[in-house]
Structure formats: structure tokens, C-alpha cells
Design a protein around this ligand. Structure first.
Ligand SMILES: [Mn+2]
Length: 279
């Protein structure tokens, strides 16, 4: 029995199969955790969703920003971006069931000392608080009014969780849920006050002044945070307790797996041509 945590697949289904073959993954005895962004940019989002759903309780995938974008396109008639690769998905006969499954995925999965999340956990929250805030969004996405959230899900505001003009306990209503989604699925760099720069996608050393990678604010601890989303990190944080797993497979780089039990990493090359990074 082993647990493999795989970084952002983004429709790179063939590479996911390559990676599971080299680790000898068995759905009967092993678990597969995924850092989210199962879909978009790569060529086989449909096959990826079908496969991960078919694993049932052997797989845990958290929602990433591209997954949420797909939910908003389908359920709330939001426009696609010119480089989205959703056409085969949207035409598939089983698409409604796949999307219903996708919207019931968690934003944060915690098991023992391990925390799985797409982008990260901001230092302005404890891990336990983050778990509760993720739960608020999960309840909204599973509830009858989930389309209301998907209609307003885009945008960077509210930019602060604590501060002047923000109610004690954080923003309220739908803007609160958008802020939680932004921290957990879009964050890369953040300032001391808890404001993110969502436009920055580069390597950590080229960040603007006043901002740091979200994980630099966390003291080392026994809790291990596993995340994806930031391909330009090249899957490195220089820490043992915070594991970056987005290998940029959809950009022609690699798909990465971490075996939780012994910390060993595995990877396979992308089958796509190398392209510019834009996770
Ligand atoms: Mn992402």
C-alpha cells in the first residue's frame, strides 16, 4: 500500500499513465492523490476526468483554478479563453456526470500530517482554519445555489482577509468564498498582510518587492503541505515539509509523483513540445 501524489495533469493523460506504470500503481492497494488542475491546456482532459473518477475511493483530487474555470464555463455560461482545450469534453455524452463529480471534489484534503491543496495555504490562516474555509466553499459548490458562486468566481477582490474595512473573521457572503478560492487555488506570492499578486507567474527569485512565495512565511513543522499550480518553481521549494509537485507537463516539461511513505520522487517527460510557461 502506497500513496502517490501527482502534480498538475492538465489533460496530460498519456503521461499520467506512463507515470503510474513506472511506479506500479495498483488501484486495489494504492492511493492516488492529485494536486488539481486535472483539465485544460493538455490534449486529453476528458480521458483524465473519466480515469480519475473511475478510481473511486482510491483517488483524491483537489480543485484547481482550471477545474473551477471549467465548472464556471459549463454551469454559469462563463466565456472560454482562446487557449482553453475543453471542446472534446463539452461534446462528450458523459460530460454532465463528469462535471457533477468534479464540482464535488474538495479544495483541501488532509490526512494525518499531510495536507493536499492546489496552490497553497496562506500564512494568515492556520491549517485547521484553512480546512474550515475550504469546507465552506465545498458546501456551496455541492449546494443548490452553486451556480451563484460560479457566476462571480472570477476576480481578485477582496484582496485582504484581515485589515481596514474587512469584518472580523474575514469577508462575508460570496466575496468571502471567492477570496478562499483565490488563496487556495491561485496564490503564488503574497505579502505580509495577506495580499496576493495573482499576475505573477515567474520563478520565485524574480518576484516583486514586498512579496514572498506563500510557503516562505511558514515555520517548518510536522505538517507536510503538498501543492501544484506553480510550474516556474520547477517543483522545488528547498524544504522537506512543503512539496511543490507541478512539473509543467502541459508546457512540455515533466509529470511528477511523490511517494508519501518514503518521500521518493518519480517523473516522466511530457509528450508535448516544450512551450512557454503559463500555468
Ligand atoms: Mn493552477
Amino acid at each position: 500500500m502506497a500513496t502517490y501524489v501527482v502534480g498538475d495533469v492538465q489533460g496530460c493523460f498519456a503521461e499520467l499513465q506512463d507515470l503510474l506504470a513506472i511506479v506500479g500503481f495498483s488501484p486495489r492497494s494504492d492511493q492516488l492523490w492529485l494536486t488539481g488542475d486535472l483539465v485544460n491546456r493538455g490534449p486529453q482532459s476528458l480521458e483524465t476526468l473519466r480515469f480519475v473518477r473511475s478510481l473511486g475511493s482510491s483517488a483524491f483530487s483537489v480543485l484547481g483554478n482550471h477545474d473551477i474555470h471549467l465548472l464556471a464555463v459549463y454551469y454559469a455560461e462563463q466565456p472560454q479563453n482562446h487557449n482553453d482545450t475543453f471542446d472534446a469534453l463539452l461534446a462528450a455524452p458523459d460530460f454532465p456526470e463528469l462535471l457533477d463529480w468534479l464540482r464535488r471534489r474538495p479544495l483541501l484534503h488532509r490526512s494525518g500530517n499531510n495536507v493536499l491543496v492546489h496552490a497553497g495555504v496562506p500564512h494568515i490562516w492556520s491549517v485547521t482554519q484553512a480546512q474550515g474555509f475550504a469546507r465552506e466553499v465545498e458546501c456551496a459548490l455541492r449546494g443548490t445555489n452553486f451556480r451563484n458562486l460560479l457566476r462571480i468566481v472570477y476576480g481578485d477582490c477582496p484582496r485582504l482577509w484581515h485589515g481596514p474595512g474587512v469584518p472580523t473573521g474575514g469577508p462575508t457572503g460570496l466575496p468571502r468564498l471567492r477570496a478562499i478560492i483565490n488563496y487556495l487555488t491561485r496564490m503564488r506570492i503574497i505579502n505580509e498582510a495577506g495580499r496576493c499578486d495573482f499576475d505573477f507567474k515567474g520563478p520565485a527569485h524574480s518576484r516583486p518587492e514586498g512579496f514572498k512565495p506563500w510557503f516562505d512565511y511558514w515555520p517548518s513543522s510536522e505538517t507536510r503541505i503538498l501543492f501544484g499550480h506553480w510550474a516556474a518553481l520547477c517543483a522545488r521549494t528547498n524544504r522537506d515539509d512543503i512539496e511543490a509537485l507541478d512539473g509543467g507537463c502541459a508546457w512540455g516539461q515533466r509529470l511528477i509523483a511523490l511517494r508519501l511513505e518514503d518521500g521518493q520522487r518519480f517523473s516522466v517527460p511530457s509528450r508535448l513540445r516544450r512551450a512557454g510557461a503559463d500555468a
